[in-house]
Ligand binder design. Sequence first.
Ligand SMILES: Cc1ncc(COP(=O)(O)O)c(C=O)c1O
Length: 464
Amino acid sequence: MSVVQAGSPDKNLTRDWQDRDHQHYLHPFTDHKDLGKKGTRIITDADGVYIRDSEGNEILDGMAGLWCVNLGYGRQELVDAATRQMQQLPYYNSFFQTAHPPAIELSTVLGEISPANFNHVFFTGSGSEANDTVLKLVRRYWDLQDEGQRTVIISRKNAYHGSTIAAGSLGGMGEMHKQTGAYLVPGIEHIEQPYYFELGGDLSEQEFGLQQAQLLEQRILQVGAENVAAFIGEPVQGAGGVIIPPDSYWPEIQRICKHYGILLIADEVITGFGRLGEWFGSTRLGIEADLMSFAKGVTSGYLPLGGVMVSDRVTAVVTDKGGEFAHGYTYSGHPACCAVALENIRILRDEGIIERVRDDTGPYFNQRWAGLAEHPLVGEARSIGLVGAIEIVADKTSRERFPKDTGAGSVCRDFCFANGLVMRPVGDTMIVSPPLVMEHSHIDELVEKAWRSLDLTAKAIGGA
Ligand SMILES: Cc1ncc(COP(=O)(O)O)c(C=O)c1O
């Protein structure tokens, strides 16, 4: 076994890691055979808003890891919080009528920063587990209301709610559904998404938003309102391609949920903890949810933690009428993860980072990002808070895409990496979700590198 050393630009060492990676490590959402041919990029260390690979390249992290490293890398306070907690109490569970201070304190703080109707939390280890928990809570809620026939949950095509069987079923990713096949959770319906660029046609943005929201009402009436338990949606669809709904969308969804008395679930796994310039995306978009799932940014990704904020409406039923809720994870409320989350939230608060995203870096990013729409390859550049997308097109006017086998998005992603920027392709949509601590100069660098990578992509694929 070779001795591994972070940050070493030794090519032999890189090759050795790549070989062993291919021999032993099955990556999430990856074509193993294909990756084996190309060779994995090995990330060895990181600082601030930059990651570094084993060949010594410094890369601006436009994706905050995987939408999670909101405070950026190298925050010693988070390391110290984890260390202190691991020394004092590295693990204990909450199953045995026991609890520990970090979980209790974090529950309290989460109640403070959430909208007023949220005062309870159920902890999980990830966003997928959070959405599995949501599904069980919803079913339990209606059972206890003597409306057990309300089992249908309405979601959206191209939604991402995680990759366990329940979370994958809640999501609307076609490829995942194909591979899960007969094991998909029954009773989950998917309506079309509010993706204006792709589906808006000749409608105005606001007309389109209203029309897409009303698909919810149509589906409720199709399946029978008495059978519908809940609607679930990401305030802004992330993994589906940063789909920002028109302003008319969420108020209409809200109206419909209220009208039929169904629960509204906001999946805040990406939009929680400052991404849109508020603690939760729901606040920014005026969504009054009954359940909010979260993960990722709660710890800035330093340790894994997720959970569900449970509204007073749902808590009252599930706790007062329900007795034992037969659900939980070994790592629900893990003390070290909770300690890191507490410190993460303290820093977000004390340094005014979310206010800065709302009032300063967010608007600056939105303005600079919008400039990418001038590029000949870009059909649209959209953003909200510190999350954005650009649509690569062959023809700006008709919005015609490149042929699928061109792989325009992947070509662009490779040029981005080569130019020192992580930008992620979703088909031919390029997306970013950078650390919330980005300064103006980092935003300038991100946009300039994106522009250069688009130029190189255009040359390589024969675009405008
Ligand atoms: C909106 C949303 N929900 C849920 C998840 C699943 O979270 P995890 O990967 O922690 O299970 C993700 C992950 O990207 C997500 O973006």
